[in-house]
Design a protein around this ligand. Sequence first.
Ligand code: SF4
Length: 106
Amino acid sequence: MASLPSTRRGFLTLVGTAAPVIWLAALPRGAQAALPHLSVASNATAAALKYTEDASKAQAPRKTGQDCSNCQHFQGKAGQAYGPCALFPGFDVNAKGWCAGYAAKA
Ligand code: SF4
């Protein structure tokens, strides 16, 4: 188990190392770097769920008006062009996109 530094220098080194990590973790989501955009070319789940960047080009079962911005899985803010999706961790999806995992916001 790691022990706390016993010297002032050791303590300052520890604080200096940890501070940037703590600072990044404390940033609001919108201030962090954007995630890579989801792509059906490199993500098998996106392909299976027929993800598209342009909901207007999606095939059935999409219904008129459905897009990522009004899906309950979309975690971006209103007006944001891209945002995270609970179904695709580590990626941003297009707010105007769509996939078969769509579920209307309550
Ligand atoms: S689950 Fe919803 S937010 Fe995520 S890609 Fe599909 S339609 Fe968009």
